[in-house]
Ligand binder design. Structure first.
Ligand SMILES: C[S@@+](CC[C@H](N)C(=O)[O-])C[C@H]1O[C@@H](n2cnc3c(N)ncnc32)[C@H](O)[C@@H]1O
Length: 243
């Protein structure tokens, strides 16, 4: 628990991650590659171009490389993280490391087959107190990232999201016609379950997911827009979720 922040809000703060990555050399959120490799290989071809969003100091990219995935570009907004990962993997030219914000990707449209994130969106949602209704700020932040992920995906490309968030919570954020993708989800892990979402660009939302989007839009129009914030710093979302 050496790197536990004094408040959950700090998980949204790049200074927290920079400080942490100055000394922490590796940490794996929500289990390592072997835990969900069987699902990933059904949806990602070895030679496909992959963008890893918020790579952190996880071994996921190097594990995937060892398993035969040959093109993985890693981004994180922590410069300390990116420098340290680039140094650790300097002998592996197929792994790229760039300091970049997931809200504003410096890539042209339609260049990646796969955009993959593990725990990055969860870190952006740590201050949320009601999983049924995320705050306007968090919704805006997620929307920026999801629009960017969709934009850089080729037609037929997949956004893959690995998270502890259950479908009844997470689909509320992913089910939007604007992102131009369909949603499938899978579960992995023993005891505590994690989820892997596969959002395929160019496919329509299922009737059920389209109905969810429509219901949420209708509810949003009917509700007042003011959002109440609560302090929940005594709880620790991410670190209470054992790996
Ligand atoms: C919970 S960690 C997950 C790290 C890694 N993906 C893993 O599976 O262990 C969240 C990571 O997202 C990065 N991050 C958070 N917000 C970001 C943003 N807006 N742009 C890029 N990276 C971000 C953090 O620096 C941190 O490395």
């Amino acid at each position: 628990m050496e790197y536990l922040p004094e408040s959950n809000a700090r998980y949204k703060d790049v200074d927290y991650w920079n400080e942490r990555y100055r000394t922490e050399k590796s940490f794996e959120w929500f289990g390592d590659f072997t835990k969900f490799e069987h699902i990933l290989k059904e949806h990602v071809e070895l030679q496909e171009d992959i963008l890893m969003l918020g790579c952190g100091n996880s071994a996921l990219s190097s594990d995937m490389y060892q398993a035969g995935y040959t093109s993985i570009t890693n981004i994180d907004y922590s410069s300390v993280c990116v420098e340290s990962m680039a140094e650790q993997h300097k002998d592996c030219a197929q792994l790229g490391w760039l300091c970049m914000d997931a809200r504003c990707l410096a890539f042209p449209n339609s260049v990646f087959d796969v955009v993959l994130e593990k725990g990055t969106l969860d870190a952006m949602l740590v201050e949320e107190t009601d999983p049924w209704k995320v705050s306007d700020n968090a919704a805006r932040l997620l929307h920026q990232v999801l629009l960017e992920a969709s934009r850089v995906l080729k037609p037929g490309g997949r956004f893959i999201s690995v998270t502890f968030a259950q479908p009844h919570f997470r689909k509320r954020l992913y089910a939007r016609a604007e992102y131009n993708w369909s949603i499938k989800h899978y579960r992995y892990g023993r005891g505590f379950h994690y989820f892997l979402y596969v959002l395929t660009k160019g496919e329509e939302l299922s009737p059920e997911d389209a109905a969810l989007e429509w219901r949420l839009l209708t509810e949003a129009e009917a509700l007042p827009t003011e959002v109440q914030f609560q302090e929940v710093d005594s709880e620790d979302f991410l670190n209470n979720i054992g790996i």
